[in-house]
Design a protein around this ligand. Structure first.
Ligand SMILES: Nc1ncnc2c1ncn2[C@@H]1O[C@H](COP(=O)(O)OP(=O)(O)OP(=O)(O)O)[C@@H](O)[C@H]1O
Ligand SMILES: [Mg+2]
Length: 277
C-alpha cells in the first residue's frame, strides 16, 4: 500500500497552560483535498504551523513524502514540495506581481543555485550577476511558468504583472499569495482560510479556482470557515475544537456529527456563510 503523502501522528502543541493542538492524527493522500474546520481558536492554524515547520510539536510526528519531517525548517519543507499560504497573508509590497510569484519558484532554481555546501549562496550571487546563457534560459522558463500561474486567476493578476504588489486590492493580494505558493509546484499545498475577508462573488471565484487545482491533481489541505465551500470541495474533513479532533470523515457525515454541531452552536449556526469572528 502507498503511504499517504502527509501523515500526522499524535501532534500536540502547548502554550503555557493551553493545549492548542492535542494529539491530532491526520492523513492526506496524493490527489486528495482534505479540509480542517472548527470554531475560532480550535487550533487549526497552529496545526498548519506544526505541519509546515513554522512551529514544532511538543509531542508527535509529521511524515511528508515518506520522510520524518518533524521540526524541519519551512525552507527545507518547501524544497521537499510543501507550500502554504497564511490566514493573514503577506506579499512583498515593493516587488512586482510577477516577481512575487518568482520568489515562490526560488527552490526550483537549478542552474543559478548549484548544490555547493557553504559557498552556494556566494556562487548564486555571482551567477545572478554574470547571467550566463543557462541561467538566462532558466529564468525565462520560470517567467513563462509564473505567467501561466497568474493566468489561472483570469484577468485578476496577469494584466497587473508589472505593477507593485502594494497597488493590488486585498482580494488580489490574497490571490497573489496563492500564485506564489503554486510557483513552487508543491506536492502539497496548505491554504489557511483562502477566502477570509472576501465577499460572496470573490469567494465563489476562489471556490472555482480551488476546484480546478484539485481537478488538475493538486493535493490540498485547506482550513476554511465557509462550510458550503468545504462541503462541495472536500474529499474528507477533520473537525477540531479546543485543540482536539471531534470528528473526521466524509464531509456530509462530519457536518451532521452531533459533536460538530455542538462545537459550532456557541459560535455560529452550521451552514451560515461566515462565522462570528
Ligand atoms: N504563539 C502562541 N502563543 C500562545 N497562544 C497561542 C499561540 N498561537 C496560538 N495560540 C492559541 O492557541 C489557540 C488556537 O489558535 P489557532 O490560531 O490555532 O486557532 P484557529 O483554529 O486557527 O482559529 P481561527 O479560526 O480564529 O483562525 C488559541 O487559543 C490561540 O490563542
Ligand atoms: Mg486560524
Amino acid at each position: 500500500m502507498v503511504p499517504p503523502l502527509l501523515q500526522v501522528r499524535g501532534v500536540t502543541r502547548r502554550f503555557a497552560g493551553l493545549v492548542a493542538v492535542n494529539a491530532i492524527d491526520l492523513d492526506v493522500a496524493e490527489g486528495e483535498l482534505v479540509s480542517v474546520i472548527g470554531p475560532n481558536g480550535a487550533g487549526k492554524s497552529t496545526l498548519f504551523n506544526l505541519i509546515s515547520g513554522l512551529d514544532r510539536p511538543n509531542v508527535g510526528t509529521v511524515h511528508f513524502a515518506g520522510q520524518d519531517v518533524t521540526g524541519l525548517r519551512p525552507e527545507r519543507l518547501a524544497a521537499l514540495g510543501l507550500a502554504r499560504t497564511f490566514q493573514h497573508g503577506r506579499v512583498f509590497g515593493n516587488l512586482s506581481v510577477i516577481d512575487n510569484v518568482l520568489v515562490g519558484a526560488h527552490v526550483r532554481l537549478r542552474c543559478v543555485r548549484p548544490a555547493v555546501p557553504l559557498l552556494g549562496p556566494l556562487i548564486e550571487l555571482g551567477l545572478a550577476a554574470w547571467r550566463p546563457a543557462a541561467v538566462r534560459a532558466e529564468e525565462q522558463s520560470l517567467r513563462a511558468d509564473a505567467e501561466a500561474i497568474l493566468a489561472l486567476f483570469g484577468d485578476r493578476l496577469l494584466p497587473r504583472r508589472d505593477q507593485p504588489a502594494y497597488s493590488l486590492s486585498y482580494a488580489n493580494r490574497r490571490r497573489l499569495e496563492i500564485a506564489r505558493a503554486l510557483a513552487l509546484h508543491p506536492r502539497l499545498l496548505l491554504m489557511d482560510e483562502p477566502t477570509a475577508g472576501m465577499n460572496e462573488s470573490e469567494t465563489a471565484e476562489m471556490q472555482v479556482l480551488i476546484g480546478r487545482l484539485k481537478a488538475s491533481g493538486q493535493t490540498l489541505l485547506l482550513i476554511e470557515h465557509k462550510l458550503e465551500m468545504v462541503m462541495r470541495l472536500s474529499d474528507r474533513v477533520l473537525a477540531m475544537d479546543d485543540g482536539q479532533r471531534i470528528a473526521e470523515g466524509l464531509p456530509g457525515r462530519v457536518r451532521n456529527d452531533p459533536a460538530v454541531i455542538e462545537a459550532y452552536l456557541g459560535h455560529h449556526a452550521l451552514g451560515s456563510a461566515e462565522p462570528v469572528a
